[in-house]
Design a protein around this ligand. Structure first.
Ligand code: E4P
Length: 230
């Protein structure tokens, strides 16, 4: 299972990449806005920096909404770096754009997917990834995990090559549930990935191991001091 971080923050990406657990990055316009990345040139520079920090796919989203504009923008984004996967929203124009981009060998990530029916269409359109937003479904008392299960099953039934990228993940539990379902990839916020590392029993266990060993070392040192050579 690929692990992506859902952020546009360069320090967070650099830190997680240094742990050796990162397979890529997903961004969206909200995340770019959070980092104060304004204007086309600034966006291009920012995506370039992300691509240099991580060895893996980097999802960059179009801001356009019409078929022609999405195509033009997707081509520009894809030309920034070979790691770029262009995020296209699940709309009618988006479906058309994904089909055309596939024929131009431009990889797409179909974003804002909230149902298994939408995911089926994304696969038919030739999306490279489909991003079901599980947390936002949970927020509306619909089970994101159940929707994800349906998508994985449908894709298996027909051997669609589109990869399921579980998005809008809110907790380490979501990550584990996604892994149990067998998704191809997850994208989680920095905080969730950091929380995955930790367990209170790991911290307690490490503290005990080190204090036990420190005690025996101190004992050995004090014994050596009392044994005065004759
Ligand atoms: C996916 O690619 C989106 O960027 C993201 O996962 C949305 O998550 P949110 O619901 O936490 O904003």
């Amino acid at each position: 299972m690929k692990v992506f971080v859902d952020t546009a923050n360069l320090a967070q990406i650099e830190e997680l990449a240094s742990l050796g657990i990162l397979d890529g990055v997903t961004t969206n316009p909200t995340l770019l806005a959070k980092e104060g990345v304004a204007g086309k040139q600034a966006r291009i520079r920012h995506y370039q920096k992300i691509c240099e920090l991580v060895n893996g796919d980097v999802s960059a989203e179009v801001l356009s909404t019409t078929y022609e504009d999405m195509l033009r923008e997707a081509q520009e984004l894809a030309s920034i770096h070979p790691s770029i996967v262009v995020k296209i929203p699940m709309t009618e124009a988006g479906l058309q754009a994904m089909r055309t981009l596939k024929s131009q060998n431009i990889r797409t990530n179909c974003t804002l997917v909230f149902s298994s029916g939408q995911a089926l269409l994304a696969a038919k359109a030739g999306a490279y990834y489909v991003s079901p937003f599980i947390g936002r479904l949970d927020d509306r008392t619909q089970s994101g995990i159940q929707t994800l299960q349906e998508i994985v099953e449908i894709y298996r039934n027909y051997q669609f090559s589109t990869q399921v990228l579980a998005a809008s993940i809110r907790s380490p539990l979501h990550v584990v549930q996604c892994a149990l379902i067998g998704v191809d990839a997850i994208t989680a916020p920095y905080k969730v990935l950091k929380e995955l590392v930790r367990h209170p029993l790991t911290d307690l266990g490490l503290e005990k191991f080190l204090s036990d060993y420190r005690a025996i070392e101190e004992e050995a040192t004090s014994e050596a001091k009392t044994q005065v050579p004759s």
